[in-house]
Structure formats: structure tokens, C-alpha cells
Design a protein around this ligand. Structure first.
Ligand code: MGD
Ligand code: MGD
Ligand code: SF4
Ligand code: MO
Length: 679
């Protein structure tokens, strides 16, 4: 396995480790032992040699002079950023000693791991770390920051994360990009849509912001934030009223179509228009397009579910393809996430059986600030990896007040001295994914990839798996589970799973082929993993769990009287806060802007290019106004999670609520209200 890393020159296969649906096959070019170029693997069936700007410039990040190369101990105040070099031995011993003491005095739940998918590798993100924290008995983290509301909502309708094969979407004749900025966040879906378009497909984009994706559409439909479920229900109203539904499909493969038919009578186009801001004739036109053009494909984005009503919104949109029988058409249907096809043996990889107390408390990561400031018994130690909560978590000021607590022992494992790391007592240097062994499963396409180290570890950096092996040893955990090699971990994950789609795919196959497609079959005819085995237009499960059983529109929660809904979305050249610390990517992105409607700006005396202050009761930040017609009145949109060391004012999450969405404990980044004035 070491052989790529030891070869100074050559071109080596790899896979992108970032939290991006495309999960591109890569080719890494090395010269004199260093990576000099990263390009797309032209043989990869889905990503076909194209990669994004971010990763084409990845060498600037891997060899950024700011990259951490040895462990650090804090010598200044928390947040100040003063550190001195220490050895790994001292770092690991210090952590183990503090944790042993905490376990003795306050119990293991006083320790909280905080992680997300800074590296999507299954070993890096959810293997030895889980084993370790299970065995330790630490508080558990509910990883809700990204897709949990929508995943839950989609599951009520479809039973799990199962959608269309993206490769089939070239056959679609109507493509709806709904609440997804695909040009930036899922570029290969755009490439597939372009192929479909050459064969006559039309592309509709429904968004609150006419960004790069909206500009690319054949038809852009602007909508008021948080109202998409009403639009989908209005489409259903027209589909039933004008007999454009596939009665045979409804009979055969759904439950609750009669109830739904009655229920959507209330969502007439005029009522829907009043809620969504979409003109009556456009509601009708969209519904008729959807009723008449086939195959039709909906790409359901994350923008929809970072709202108070996000779960129900996605549950609702997920019902649409059933109404017109799209699941039987090649390229028809929808994708919210396709993670269900690639499920491996999580039990074996993560070993939840090592957790002695099954009642161990669970902390929602969207409420980290509250957890650090208010929880009783308190969190006394935080271990952060694969994530940068001081920037990415909502109510960021609360998060930072929590991180600043002098009685909180914080360890951050990362490649850079992030905004979170400056609050740490100890900072550990992480390898990049190109330095690791790992396997990757996409949540959009159907390929599983192997990663073998292409370069040796940078400086003294260590992989997540290695750090948890060391910590286990220092804590005296001598179970075999903590000695398994990377290769053994992959074998265990691919062995004995209950997933028919992964039948026959094992470690050897991955070594031989580098990437393998799951044996995916069409969903229908077939049985879904819903309680009825069918698409649940009416869900008794939802009813039991306290939700309306039929798709329903619910307005956003009351977030005070500020005049604008604030949508702080991702940008093109960063990946969440990743790349925001790399000059190359910052230069590409230029500056953080606030998009605002011309009428609102005129009323507030704001001109294009003005510095504006954005505030609410949670906090404030300063961005540069971009005035025009790209957002509706009453809506302001920013893009990107910009670097924001203490003292600067670009922290959009200072303004976002830590309320939870309707389902899955999801985040509500896009449901906050703000005021805006010239700075
Ligand atoms: N370049 C780049 N790529 C990324 C990321 C990144 O930061 N940068 N992040 C990665 C991650 S972790 C994720 S989860 C995905 C996220 O990528 P997407 O699925 O594209 O989700 P978002 O970018 O959060 O939001 C998508 C769109 O939803 C819109 N939106 C917000 N509220 C509403 C609404 O109520 N209705 C409608 N119709 N639209 C709304 C926003 O304006 C935005 O254009 O992208 C991944 N890929
Ligand atoms: N306002 C607003 N906030 C958002 C969002 C939004 O749209 N708007 N999007 C939300 C979403 S969808 C998501 S997914 C979250 C993402 O939030 P995070 O998961 O925190 O993502 P990143 O900001 O990319 O931070 C990942 C960190 O992991 C580090 N890292 C990378 N590889 C490794 C490794 O192998 N080991 C270790 N130890 N560290 C590594 C990187 O250097 C980086 O600092 O942000 C959320 N926050
Ligand atoms: S970030 Fe996404 S598009 Fe860019 S290389 Fe990685 S997987 Fe491909
Ligand atoms: Mo995400």
C-alpha cells in the first residue's frame, strides 16, 4: 500500500475527499516526491475527467505554508492564537491524563467529540474515532448540521436515501434543479443536464437567488424562502385537477393517493401564489410542464431543508415523481441523496457495542453554543476534528463564548489553525486525504472508491485513524478493535453488510479497480423500505410521530420583526469553510457580498459596493452590498463561510438561529431574519 507514496514521480489514482456529492475520480501528478498537479480521471464514468476550480488548485492548500506540521500547546489566552511546539508524546499524554481525571471526577459524558465531514473518507470520518468514543463513554454527537431534516423527510416518502441513478438523467426531458446551486455544488449533475439539454431537455431552476445556476437555466423561478412545499402542493393541485397523474402508477406503487387528491384541493394556484410569490400563471405552467413532459427529473437541493420547515418541504417534493409515474422512466424521478445504495457494515466499522451505557447523552451539533454554555452536567472537554464549528455552526457568537471558557479543555485536530483551533488547549496536525488509506462512498453517484496514500504524511501530521489508535493506547484500551489496520477496517466495513447493491464488492475488487459501481437496479417494480413497501403519499408513521400524515405547507417560525430573510449560502471556491484559509481560493472568490433587491437598497439608502452592516439580536457582520434584481424584495443572500479570526466581522453564522428544523434535529441556517444598513 505504501508504494504510491514512496514513488517520487508518476501519476496516481485518487478520489476527492471533500463533502461534495460529485466525489470525483482524480489523477495526482507527482514530481520529485511532491504533488504538482491534480486533474480529473478521464476514465471515471460519472465525473469523466472534469473537476472543479477548488480542487484544481488543491496543491495550494496541501503545501500552503500555513499548514500545521507539528502539535501545538496554547500559551496565550483562548482565541488569541499563541501556541508553542510540543511533541506528539506530550500531546497524547496530556489528553489521556486530563480525560482520565475527568472520567474519575465527572464521568465520561463530560467529554464531547465534535466532528463532521471535512474528510468524507469512511475511515477518517467514522471508524476508529467512533470505536474510541464509544469505549470511552463520551457524550454522543448528533450530526445534524447538513442533511438530517431533508433525509428524514425524504425517508417518510421513499423509505431511505434512494433516488435516480445520476448517469440516467441524460435521458430526462425536463430537469428541475430545486433549491440547489448545482453549478457550484454538484457540477457533474450540470454536465449531465447539459447532455440532456442537447437532446431537447428543458432546465428549470427554482431558487431564492438568481445565482450562477439560475442564470444557466432555461427558466428561472424565483421563490420566497421556505415556501417551496406550497409550490409543490400547488403543482399537485393542478396535476390532479387536470388529470395529468399516472393513475396506474398511483394504484400500484403508492399509498394515500385518494387522501392526497382531496387534500391538495386547498392549494389552488392563487393561494399558492400568495404564499410563494410565484405568479399564478407560472404555478400552472410549471405544473403542466411537469404533467406533460417525461422523463422528468428533480434534483432536490440542500437549500430547501436548512429551514424551519425543511423536512416537510422535502417530504412533499419527494411525492411529485410518483404522481406522474416517473420512477418507471429511465432518467425520471428525483435525487435528494443516494447514500442508501452504498450502505456498508457500519456496526463492524464503528462498533456501537463498545458503548457500555446505551443511555449516554446525545448532543445536537447545531446547538453546540448552548451545549457549551448551558448544559448540566457541563461539557468539560471538547475534541474537534473534520470540522470548524467556530465558523460553520449557527449562533456562532454563542459557540465562541463557549469555546472561550477557561474550564473547557479543548483539542482540535486539523490541517490548519482554524478559528476553532485558536481556542484550543492543544492543536494536532492532520494529514490530507492524499496521505491516507481510506474508502469513499458517494451520496450522489453509485461508485465506491479506494484511496491509497499518494504522498507521505506532511511534517509530523497524522490521520484521524492514527490519532485515535494512539489515544486508545494511552487510555489503556487494549481491545483488538483499536489495533485494526486501515486495510482491516475497510475489509470489515465491506464484509457481512446487508446491502444487496454491494454484493461481490470487497477490498480486493477495490484494490484492483480503484472504483466500483454498486449493482444498482431500478426501484420499481420493487418494494421500498417504507412501512407499506410503497411510496407513502399518506404516512401513518408520520402521524404516529406527531406530523401531518399528508404533505403540508407550514410557514417559517417567527424570527422577530427584522425586515429581511437572510440566506447565508455556500460559495463557488470554498467548501464550507475549507479553502477560506488558503490565499489562492480567497483571491478567486474576491470578496464576501450581500445580494439585495434594488428596491430594498434604495429605501435603505444603500448603493452597489457599499459596506453594509447586517444584524439581529444574535449578532452582526459586515459584507459588501451587491444591489440588483437577483433576489426578491425582503430577501438578502450571502455566499460563503469566510475566514473570520476573532476581531474581524465576516461571520455570517453570528446571525443564524440555532432553532431546530421540523425533522431530524436539522439546522435552520436560512430561516433567520436580519436588518441591513450602510456601515
Ligand atoms: N462550491 C461548493 N460546493 C459545495 C459546498 C460549498 O460550500 N461550496 N458545500 C457542500 C455541502 S456540505 C453541501 S451540503 C452542498 C450544498 O449545496 P446545495 O445542495 O446546492 O445547497 P445550498 O448551496 O445550501 O443551497 C442551494 C440553493 O438553495 C437556495 N435556497 C435557500 N433557501 C431556499 C428556499 O427556501 N427555496 C429555494 N427554492 N431555494 C432556496 C440558495 O439560494 C442556494 O442557491 O454542497 C456541497 N458542495
Ligand atoms: N451559514 C451557513 N453555515 C453552514 C452552511 C451553510 O450553507 N450556511 N452549511 C452547513 C453544512 S451543509 C455543512 S456540511 C457544515 C460543514 O461544516 P464543516 O464540516 O465544519 O466543514 P468545513 O468548514 O469544510 O471544515 C472541515 C474542517 O476539517 C478539516 N479537515 C479536513 N480533512 C481532515 C482530516 O482528515 N482530519 C482532520 N482532523 N481534519 C480535517 C479541514 O481542514 C476543515 O477545517 O457547515 C454548515 N454551515
Ligand atoms: S469538490 Fe466536488 S467537484 Fe470538486 S473535485 Fe471534489 S468532488 Fe469533484
Ligand atoms: Mo453539507
Amino acid at each position: 500500500m505504501e508504494h504510491y507514496a514512496n514513488q517520487p514521480n508518476g501519476v496516481f489514482p485518487s478520489v476527492c475527499s471533500l463533502d461534495c456529492p460529485d466525489q470525483c475520480g482524480l489523477l495526482v501528478h507527482k514530481k520529485d516526491g511532491k504533488i504538482v498537479k491534480i486533474e480529473g480521471d478521464p476514465d471515471h464514468p460519472v465525473t469523466q475527467g472534469a473537476i472543479c476550480n477548488k480542487v484544481r488548485n488543491m496543491t495550494a492548500r496541501i503545501y500552503d505554508p500555513k499548514r500545521l506540521s507539528y502539535p501545538l500547546k496554547r500559551i496565550g489566552a483562548k482565541g488569541e492564537g499563541k501556541f508553542e511546539r510540543i511533541s506528539w508524546e506530550e500531546a497524547i499524554e496530556t489528553i489521556a491524563a486530563r480525560w482520565k481525571e475527568l472520567i474519575r471526577t465527572e464521568g465520561p459524558e463530560s467529554i464531547l467529540p465534535y466532528s463532521f465531514y471535512g474528510n468524507m473518507g469512511r475511515l477518517s470520518a467514522e471508524s476508529m474515532d467512533r470505536r474510541f468514543f464509544h469505549r470511552l463513554g463520551a457524550s454522543r454527537l448528533d450530526q445534524t448540521i447538513c442533511t438530517s431534516a431533508g433525509t428524514k423527510g425524504y425517508e417518510y416518502t421513499m423509505g431511505g436515501s434512494f433516488g435516480t441513478d445520476p448517469e440516467d438523467t441524460v435521458h430526462a426531458k425536463l430537469i428541475i434543479m430545486w433549491g440547489i446551486n448545482a453549478v457550484s455544488t454538484n457540477m457533474h449533475q450540470v454536465a449531465l443536464a447539459e447532455k440532456a439539454r442537447k437532446n431537447g431537455a428543458q432546465v428549470v431552476v427554482i431558487d431564492v437567488h438568481k445565482n450562477q445556476t439560475g442564470r444557466w437555466a432555461d427558466w428561472f423561478i424565483p421563490i420566497m424562502p421556505g415556501t417551496d412545499s406550497a409550490l409543490a402542493l400547488g403543482m399537485m393541485h393542478v396535476l390532479f385537477a387536470e388529470n395529468m397523474v399516472d393513475e396506474h402508477f398511483l394504484q400500484q406503487y403508492t399509498v394515500g393517493h385518494e387522501e392526497l387528491r382531496e387534500h391538495v384541493k386547498q392549494y389552488d394556484p392563487a393561494s399558492v401564489s400568495a404564499i410563494t410569490g410565484v405568479p399564478v400563471e407560472d404555478v400552472v405552467r410549471l405544473a403542466r410542464m411537469y404533467g406533460q413532459i417525461s422523463p422528468s427529473f428533480i434534483r432536490i437541493g440542500n437549500g430547501l431543508q436548512h429551514h424551519d420547515n425543511g423536512g416537510m418541504c422535502i417530504r412533499t417534493i419527494a411525492c411529485l415523481p410518483a404522481l406522474t409515474g416517473q420512477w418507471l422512466k429511465k432518467g425520471g424521478g428525483a435525487i435528494k441523496g443516494n447514500g442508501g445504495y452504498l450502505l456498508f457494515n457500519k456496526q463492524a466499522l464503528q462498533r456501537p457495542d463498545l458503548l457500555a451505557n446505551k443511555q449516554t447523552r446525545v448532543i445536537n451539533m447545531n446547538q453546540l453554543g448552548r451545549a457549551l454554555l448551558e448544559l448540566d452536567p457541563p461539557v468539560r472537554s471538547l475534541f474537534v476534528y473534520n470540522s470548524n464549528p467556530a465558523v460553520v455552526a449557527p449562533e456562532a457568537n454563542k459557540v465562541r463564548r463557549g469555546l472561550a471558557r477557561d474550564d473547557l479543555f479543548t483539542v482540535v485536530h486539523d490541517m490548519f489553525l482554524t478559528e476553532t483551533a485558536v481556542y484550543a488547549d492543544l492543536v494536532l496536525p492532520a494529514t490530507s486525504s492524499f496521505e491516507n488509506t481510506d474508502f469513499y462512498t458517494s451520496y450522489w453517484h453509485h461508485f465506491i472508491h479506494l484511496q491509497r496514500p499518494v504522498i507521505p504524511p506532511y511534517g509530523e501530521s497524522k490521520s484521524n485513524v492514527e490519532v485515535f489508535r494512539l489515544l486508545a493506547k494511552a487510555m489503556g484500551f487494549d481491545d483488538q478493535a483499536f489495533q485494526d489496520t486501515d486495510e482491516e477496517l475497510i475489509r470489515q466495513a465491506l464484509h457481512n453488510h446487508r446491502n444487496p447493491y454491494l454484493e461481490g464488492i470487497d477490498y480486493e475488487t477495490l484494490v484492483e479497480k480503484q472504483y466500483v459501481k454498486a449493482n444498482v437496479k431500478p426501484l420499481f417494480p420493487g418494494r421500498l423500505p417504507t412501512p407499506s413497501g410503497k411510496i407513502e403519499l399518506y404516512s401513518e408513521k408520520m402521524e404516529r410521530e406527531g406530523y401531518p400524515p399528508l404533505p403540508t405547507y407550514a410557514p417559517l417560525a417567527d424570527d422577530g420583526d427584522y425586515p429581511y430573510l437572510f440566506i447565508p449560502a455556500p460559495n463557488h471556491n470554498f467548501l464550507n469553510s475549507t479553502f477560506s484559509h488558503n490565499d489562492k481560493h480567497v483571491q478567486l472568490e474576491k470578496m464576501p457580498r450581500l445580494h439585495m433587491n434594488a428596491a430594498d437598497a434604495a429605501r435603505a439608502g444603500i448603493e452597489n459596493g457599499d459596506n453594509v452592516r447586517i444584524w439581529n439580536e444574535r449578532g452582526e457582520c459586515e459584507l459588501v452590498a451587491s444591489v440588483g434584481e437577483n433576489v426578491l424584495p425582503g430577501v438578502v443572500v450571502s455566499q460563503g463561510l469566510w475566514a473570520d479570526m476573532p476581531g474581524t466581522k465576516r461571520l455570517v453564522n453570528a446571525l443564524t438561529p440555532d432553532r431546530l428544523a421540523d425533522m431530524g434535529g436539522g439546522a435552520t441556517f436560512f430561516s433567520g431574519r436580519v436588518n441591513v444598513a450602510k456601515a
